[in-house]
Write a protein of this length. Structure first.
Length: 392
């Protein structure tokens, strides 16, 4: 077991109609001029944006709006948001949407609160000293960005997708109404469930420091998300299943399922970020397209964890060698991904990558992680390339 810090400062307001408390929450956290940030229009169509701005107006809180965040959020809009915040003296950011909108708000928060180019933080050139306070109305259970310390931005030039982590950007509050996720296309619901699973699995497949309590929480979370993802595939308006998945999404990425471990593996995410940067694919789908190839490449180096996963999470019978049990667990997970209509290779993801593309992604990924990364198995550029090839 490793020592750890667990920091989750986000106030969570969860349940039907929770968005009604947004103005009071902004006041509670000192906001006096708000930038309402949102995506490509789903919140306009559902009426959530209007409802939100009406609430701000009724409470006498001045605001400006900035929409247009796209999945794999772009740096150019972040620059626009920073300029708008400075011009309008914004002191609070309200993200209304999914992970892309929240991440874009976090980047704007860094840019508005620090001098210089905000990309420097994502390029690991320097660290942020501050971030504007952020609140969230969540519309998609997936990334856990509503409680996480992470923000992932894509720079158009060179199509580089990078994450920056700092406690400074953890949202002050997250409003979570499961009903708001009922307008999601089935594909996005499934992508979200996949991402939630992966945030715990990245922390689970390690070679160091596991705690029984953390494993028990992690395994319970994984089983719960799988069960409810299958319910939602049949019955997307099931409130209880929406609620289970939404809360699991936050717990999966707020640090809880990693306490005591060595920090996790994270290579499926790192490999996926290159896919997202180059092909603009949905994050959760990119993860499932790569996971099986990653797992088969690394499982022998992390056999006790893969065996435990097979037995405790996937319900594999304890018969056969350790290796056979581990492989059955991997197969069972891929079967689950197929059942919720997620891809298990790049072809199914709709990516026809050339060998040159694979080499470019492996190279960028290796540079992005500083040469080598991974706890289940340490991966270098040649390993990354082998996994991309296996995923074709
Ligand atoms: O843009 P709009 O029109 O709002 O539509 C979005 C978007 O097209 C739509 N959507 C969201 N809520 C909806 C809805 N449509 C109908 N009804 C609703 N209630 O869903 C689409 C996807 O939205 P997006 O925010 O891109 O999805 P997600 O939440 O999966 O975020 C993905 C991004 O987060 C990053 C990913 O890399 C990716 O860029 N991640 C962020 C993390 C973090 N900050 O902690 C961790 C993750 O591992 C991940 O890397
Ligand atoms: Zn993720």
């Amino acid at each position: 077991m490793f020592d750890f810090h667990y920091y989750t400062p986000t106030k969570v307001i969860f349940g039907r109609g929770a968005e009604g408390s947004v103005a009071a929450l902004i006041r509670e956290f000192g906001g006096s001029k708000v930038l309402v940030h949102y995506g490509g229009g789903s919140v306009v169509r559902t009426g959530l944006l209007k409802k939100t701005t009406d609430l701000l107006e009724a409470a006498g809180i001045p605001y400006v709006t900035l929409g247009g965040v796209v999945p794999n959020p772009r740096l150019s809009l972040v620059y626009e948001g920073i300029a708008l915040c400075r011009k309008e003296n914004v002191d609070f950011l309200l993200a209304v949407g999914g992970g892309s909108t929240i991440d874009s708000a976090k980047a704007i928060g860094y840019g508005a609160a620090n001098e210089g180019d905000v990309w420097d933080f994502y390029d690991y050139k320097r660290k942020a000293a501050a971030c504007l306070p952020i609140g969230v109305i969540l519309t998609l259970a997936a990334t856990g960005s509503e409680m996480s310390d992470s923000s992932v931005i894509t720079r158009e030039e060179g199509r580089i997708k990078r994450g920056y982590n700092s406690d400074l950007c953890r949202p002050k509050f997250a409003v979570m109404d499961p009903e708001l996720t009922m307008t999601l296309p089935d594909y996005q619901t499934a992508c979200g469930c996949a991402d939630i699973l992966m945030h715990t699995m990245e922390r689970y497949f390690t070679n160091g420091g596991n705690m029984e309590i953390t494993d028990a929480l992690a395994e319970g979370l994984l089983r719960t998300v799988m069960r409810n993802a299958e319910i939602l595939a049949e019955d997307p308006r099931n409130y209880d299943a929406r609620a289970e998945v939404m809360w699991a999404g936050s717990l999966s990425h707020n640090g809880l399922t990693g306490c005591g471990s060595d920090g996790g593996d994270w290579m499926t995410h790192k490999l996926q970020h290159e896919l997202g940067g180059l092909y603009d694919v949905a994050h959760g789908a990119g993860l499932t397209a790569l996971w099986g190839s990653w797992a088969r490449y690394v499982y022998r180096n992390c056999l006790p964890r893969f065996k435990r996963f097979a037995l405790h999470v996937m319900g594999v019978e304890p018969a056969g060698s350790e290796e056979e049990i581990a492989l059955k667990g991997i197969e069972a997970m891929e079967d689950f991904f197929r059942r919720i209509h997620m891809p298990t290779n790049l072809r199914e993801l709709g990516v026809n990558a050339t060998e040159e593309d694979l080499m470019t992604m492996a190279h960028k990924c290796a540079v992005g992680v500083g040469g080598a990364k991974g706890s289940a198995r340490l991966l270098r550029e040649e390993d990354m390339l082998a996994i991309y090839r296996a995923a074709l």
